[in-house]
Ligand binder design. Structure first.
Ligand code: 5RP
Length: 265
């Protein structure tokens, strides 16, 4: 891996712990004004300082993120579909590398849809992005998307998707937590982060998910709804950070969350 690429990756996956807390705010690219992300600036501003990286589209980056931010940007560069359209999997690359460089991003991200009619297209999108990423020293995050079929989130399917992403050259991979998650990590020779998925009932569900993912080999999270759809997003992200970076137990994270929400938000 070239120096620039290693350096950018180290801005996201922190060398001190080998871990990362990424904040995903790209949901609008196919969901529109998702609940609690209707006004992206209002959602992002209070929590971005606690994230090791922020994952928006270029539209939200330009309109809703302070250019003085010190948080590295992992730019979502795939899309072209909507939740009411015929297929979420029919994605193309929406944003050029020239544009990504102009925006001073630290990495780019796209979704791949293994097992769908658009498998080949989305995998070739990944291969093309990696070719360009290697040229410019910009890492590529592959998101192993499942579209509307949330039931696909099992170790067999996710191992297949993650491994294919790594084989095509993705520098890190984002997937879902599942039973036997360690098998997904074992079969994937690049770092794996997990999405939070749809909002869980309480932090009593989110913290164990985070803890188990880390314990079974994830280098971190790229979490969205379970942070900013929380009633207490600033407390939520800090408690997630404690698990990811400080090896806090679920009980400790809950204690921290309860303390922080009582004092700040
Ligand atoms: C969609 C994405 C989202 O960023 C991802 O799902 C993370 O957010 P959440 O934790 O809300 O699931 O990549 O494909």
């Amino acid at each position: 891996m070239d120096w620039g690429l290693q350096n950018r990756l180290a801005r996201i996956i922190k060398p001190a712990t080998g871990r990362t807390v990424m904040l995903a705010v790209d949901h609008g690219y196919f969901l529109g004004p998702t609940s609690k992300l209707e006004n992206p600036r209002a959602t992002i501003e209070p929590i971005v300082e606690y994230a090791d990286a922020l994952m928006p589209t270029r539209g939200v980056l330009r309109t809703s993120v302070d250019p003085k931010t010190q948080t590295p940007i992992v730019l979502r560069v795939s899309g072209g579909t909507s939740i009411i359209g015929p297929s979420l999997a029919d994605e193309s690359i929406t944003t050029t590398f020239e544009e990504a460089i102009r925006l001073n991003v630290t990495a780019v991200a796209l979704s791949i849809f293994v097992g769908t009619d658009y498998e080949h297209n989305t995998l070739m999108n990944l291969a093309d992005l990696v070719n360009e990423g290697e040229t410019y020293g910009i890492p590529v995050l592959a998101v192993t998307a499942v579209g509307k079929e949330l039931g696909k989130r099992d170790a067999r399917f996710l191992s297949l998707s993650c491994r294919i992403a790594a084989e095509l050259g993705a520098h890190f991979v984002k997937t879902y937590y599942c039973e036997e998650f360690e098998k997904v990590v074992e079969g994937c020779p690049v770092p794996v982060v997990i999405a939070g998925g749809p909002k869980l009932d309480t932090m009593n569900d989110v913290f164990p998910l985070t803890y188990e993912a880390i314990n079974r080999g994830a280098v971190g999270v790229d979490m969205g709804r379970n942070i900013w759809q929380s009633e207490h997003p600033v407390a939520a992200i800090q408690a997630v950070r404690a698990i990811v970076h400080e090896k806090a137990t679920v009980a400790k994270a809950l204690e921290l969350f309860n303390d922080l929400k009582a004092t700040r938000n």
